[in-house]
Ligand binder design. Structure first.
Ligand code: BG6
Length: 480
């Protein structure tokens, strides 16, 4: 796709660790159009040469650099020719004027037909401000080409601030021009959920409350918060992971499949399911939400000494939806845990009626379908068979499909897909405003309860599975 890709915050962590390594990879695979140029915008007073040197270090550290020397040089040459560094004070005015001039010039030089993709790799406080300046200083052309905006989370910190931010963005960009990133949506097995469901008569007909007893949606991490206290200590696991990644996975797992897998069809179904999330009443919070904090969290750099911010949360969610009434969805996430893992587990009801003469002697295990998202990608089906040589002794077995164990599978990095999709104008892997609105509407009461009830946060040891059952007080309560 012909375009100018304008990255605000081009010297920041995200740009160095994710965006430029992804762009480099696309260059290496020759997936960038020849009429595609990158404008790296940041506050730091680098010259073009200094910036390219910085970038080289970042790509060596975080990217997948070609091994062959001459190939490496050739890719690097092609790649850096596309890049222009531009110093800009995000709050000022002059920088934007000169950026506007540069964009006009580059548009001609690279023949990009007026197409502009803006990427805000900056702190959330700047999202709205920069959008306004993009408009004010004519960083796009009204009657030529398209303009699009890619934006990272957090999209607000509650419903009110999300609405405010959206209002600001919508002064400049139409909804179809906004690409809100949730990088979980481009994880291979999350994308695969739709094919797994829609492409298999084996699964979809039983994908409902009649057959499924409960669902777990899990994303755990070993690492603590690192040096992200400034953000994390104000956000917590509920905002950081549940409002976006976990609820998006829940939506893709539970929504009705649209007749056609268009991004519009997908969005409508996701929106319906997210709007069907059953609000949790304050007297049910203790029952439906476990909060935890890893030991030593308050000693992390820049964390408030008496912070009760949750680094672990387990929410039991229900849907007011005919397909899923009464089925609990356990949304579990945390930092400082025993493993880094993301998966979705569907547990089935036990079979009705007598399956086997003697099975009462032994428990009949339930069927399970596990979609492994990371680090392993794949699907595991657990079912019961007869133990060979016996009359009817049950033998639970597993069928394990490991996708990333297959030779030759080389999954593209999330940001490669995100950039290409936004350039193609494909919204399927991005979140629509209506989804964001629905998730904040559900999350706001949970977050404000958690913030008011710091005493409910259970301390767990680092490297453990999270709060121990016996330490959690989840009696029904009348308090709020
Ligand atoms: C980000 C969160 O959105 O997702 C981080 O802000 C978290 O706190 C990360 O570590 C997890 O992503 P992944 O892809 O490593 O599971």
């Amino acid at each position: 796709m012909k375009a100018l890709f304008v990255i605000f915050g081009a010297t920041g962590d995200l740009a160095k660790r994710k965006l430029f390594p992804a762009l480099y990879q696309l260059e290496k695979k020759r997936e960038l159009n020849e009429n595609f140029a990158i404008v790296a915008v940041a506050r730091k007073d680098y010259t073009q040469k200094e910036y390219i040197l910085e970038l080289e270090k970042a790509i060596v550290e975080f990217g997948n650099v070609a091994e062959n020397r001459s190939e490496k040089q050739e890719i690097w040459k092609r790649f850096t020719e596309r890049i222009t560094y531009q110093v800009l004070d995000f709050n000022g005015e002059e920088g934007y004027e000169s950026l506007s001039e540069s964009l006009k010039r580059l548009d001609k030089d690279w023949d990009t037909h007026g197409n502009r993709l803006f990427y805000l790799a900056v702190g959330p406080d700047y999202f709205g401000k920069i959008a306004i300046k993009i408009n004010k200083h004519h960083l796009y052309e009204k009657d030529r080409g398209w303009k699009r905006l890619m934006i990272e989370k957090p999209f607000g910190r509650d419903l009110i601030t999300a609405k405010e931010l959206n209002k600001e963005l919508r002064k400049v960009f139409e909804e179809e021009e906004i690409f809100r990133i949730d990088h979980y949506l481009v994880k291979e097995m999350v994308e695969n959920l739709l094919v797994l469901r829609g492409g298999n008569q084996l699964f979809e007909p039983t994908w409902n409350k009649e057959h499924i007893k409960e669902v777990q949606i899990i994303s755990t991490e070993k690492e603590g918060i690192g040096r992200r206290a400034a953000y994390y200590d104000k956000a917590g696991a509920l905002r950081d992971m549940v409002q976006n990644h976990l609820l998006q996975m829940l939506a893709l797992t539970t929504m009705d499949l649209p007749d056609r897998l268009t991004s519009e069809g997908l969005r409508r179904e996701k929106e319906k399911i997210l709007n069907s999330l059953q609000p949790i009443e304050s007297n049910r919070m203790k029952k439906q939400m476990v909060l935890g904090q890893y030991e030593g969290y308050t000693n992390e750099e820049d964390v408030e000494k008496n912070s009760t911010r949750e680094t672990y949360v387990a929410v039991t969610a229900y849907l007011n939806h005919p397909r899923w009434e009464g089925v609990p969805f356990f949304l579990i996430t945390g930092k400082g845990l025993d493993k880094k893992e993301a998966k979705i587990v569907l547990k089935y009801h036990l079979p009705v009626g007598e399956c086997c003469l003697d099975h009462k002697e032994q428990d009949l295990p339930e069927n399970r379908l596990t979609v492994n998202i990371q680090p392993l990608e794949g699907v595991v089906v657990e079912f019961n068979t007869k133990k060979p040589g016996t009359k009817d002794t049950i033998l639970p077995v597993k069928m394990d499909f490991c996708q990333n164990c297959m030779a030759g599978i080389n999954t593209p990095e999330a940001y490669e897909k995100l950039i290409l999709d936004a350039l193609d104008g494909d919204h399927a892997s991005f979140t629509h405003w209506e989804e964001v609105k629905a998730t904040w509407t559900y999350m706001d009461p949970l977050i404000s309860w958690a913030e008011k009830n710091g005493d409910q946060v259970v301390i767990y040891s680092k490297g453990s599975e999270g709060p121990k059952k016996e330490e959690v007080n989840n009696e029904d309560s009348e308090d709020n």
